[in-house]
Ligand binder design. Structure first.
Ligand SMILES: O=c1ccn([C@@H]2O[C@H](COP(=O)(O)OP(=O)(O)O[C@H]3O[C@@H](CO)[C@H](O)[C@H]3O)[C@@H](O)[C@H]2O)c(=O)[nH]1
Ligand SMILES: [Mn+2]
Length: 363
């Protein structure tokens, strides 16, 4: 199927990997073809590795299943979740690109109020290549957007902004509600399109959802570990939340920005709220203690990279969170394993050899 003639030159096509965790089907890629086909995909096939999944024709991709993850990481594969969307972290590890866009396999192209199809990836790239304003809130939202600017009273000393590390997109149709909210509002759908991109202020946390998410892998990749979730773990569906809290305190410390808002996509699948409740209920309690922990984290000035911040965070997790549940000791150790795996697979600035990575043979 050829791309429509109207497709514009895909932005940063050699600097972006699209990471997709899947335990279902990749048919959703057919609808994204005009926007995604020029880009390279990294597909993380979760669940039974003997199942052959079909990747739609015409895409350039790497595909990794559980056998590949264990072959590549060896004993370090224990830090990659199994039977949870958190497995997508492995795609962040093996990518060699500057930017990552990650999307769930039940997310489709949305339309803006004018009826125009939204190129979510292009909007994320615009968000990432333009500065953020975490130190002073601009009431006209994104000042770098065409037709907007800083409002009166905005300090000129802060108008240069800071480099953006994360771009968090939103969803029309099925919103990302937790299980209790889904249970009491099973038919609620998000139909509100808010035409805005905002910087999340320094010192403020946010519930990062991985459905429609992009980030600068070189700046914040090491902090985007989705934790130990799913099979064999006491919690699930807090993978992206954990990564978001760790990444936000890291961005705040390093003076990097996090944006939320446009682009929208359309989320189609309402996962089963009863199953979700079983997976996430501990998180509903734990987060009441986790949020104050992250809000009070201070990192030493020697932490000048995401890796160093993350190792420091892993120590604080072991020191301060094990009282909540012994799980956090395991998670703290997994955070260190993750950084070891990251450093092993990614060239350090001094050119230390990189672990070679071979995906499964294309199906
Ligand atoms: O065992 C699994 C379960 C799922 N996946 C893949 O992960 C994403 C998200 O799965 P799903 O759409 O079922 O989850 P939602 O409840 O709709 O989404 C929220 O849960 C978060 C936790 O992952 C998710 O990011 C949120 O948006 C799909 O691509 C599944 O195929 C998996 O790989 N293994
Ligand atoms: Mn979903």
């Amino acid at each position: 199927m050829s791309l429509p003639a109207t497709v514009v030159t895909p932005p940063l096509v050699d600097q972006v990997d699209i990471v997709i965790p899947t335990i279902r089907s990749l048919d959703f890629l057919e609808q994204w073809r005009p926007f995604f086909q020029p880009y390279h995909l990294i597909i993380i096939q979760d669940g039974d590795p003997s199942i052959k999944i079909r990747v739609p024709e015409g895409y350039n991709y790497e595909l990794y299943n559980r056998n590949d993850i264990e072959r590549i990481l060896g004993s370090k594969s224990c830090c990659v979740s199994f039977k949870d969307g958190a497995c997508r972290s492995f795609g962040f590890l093996v990518s060699k690109k500057k930017y990552i866009f990650t999307i769930d396999d039940d997310c489709f192209v949305a339309k803006d109020p004018s009826g125009q199809e939204i190129n979510a990836l292009a909007q994320h790239i615009r968000n990432l290549v333009t500065p953020s304003t975490p130190f002073f809130f601009n009431t006209l939202y994104d000042p770098y957007r065409e037709g907007a600017d800083f409002v009166r009273g905005y300090p000129f000393s802060l108008r240069e902004g800071v480099t953006t590390a994360i771009s968090h997109g939103l969803w029309l149709n099925v919103p990302d509600y937790d299980a209790p909210t889904q249970l009491v509002k099973p038919r609620e759908r998000n139909i509100r399109y808010v035409d805005a991109v905002m910087t999340i202020p320094k010192g403020t946390l946010f519930p990062m959802c991985a459905m429609n998410l992009a980030f600068d892998r070189e700046l914040i990749g090491p902090a985007m570990y989705f934790g130990l979730m799913g099979d064999g773990q006491p919690i699930g569906r807090y993978d992206d939340m954990w990564a978001g809290w760790c990444a936000k305190v890291t961005c705040d410390h390093l003076g990097l920005g996090v944006k939320t808002g446009l682009p929208y996509l359309s989320h189609s699948k309402a996962s089963n709220p009863f199953v979700n409740l079983r997976k996430e209920y501990k998180g509903l309690f734990w987060q009441e203690d986790l949020i104050p922990f992250f809000l009070n984290v201070t990192l030493p000035k020697e932490c000048t990279t995401a890796q160093k911040c993350y190792i420091e965070l892993s120590k604080l997790v072991k020191e301060k969170l094990v009282a909540i549940d012994p799980y956090f000791e395991k998670l703290s150790d997994a955070m260190v394993t993750w950084i070891d795996a990251w450093n092993e697979l990614n060239p350090s600035t001094d050119g230390t050899p990189t672990g070679k990575v071979q995906p499964s043979k294309p199906k």
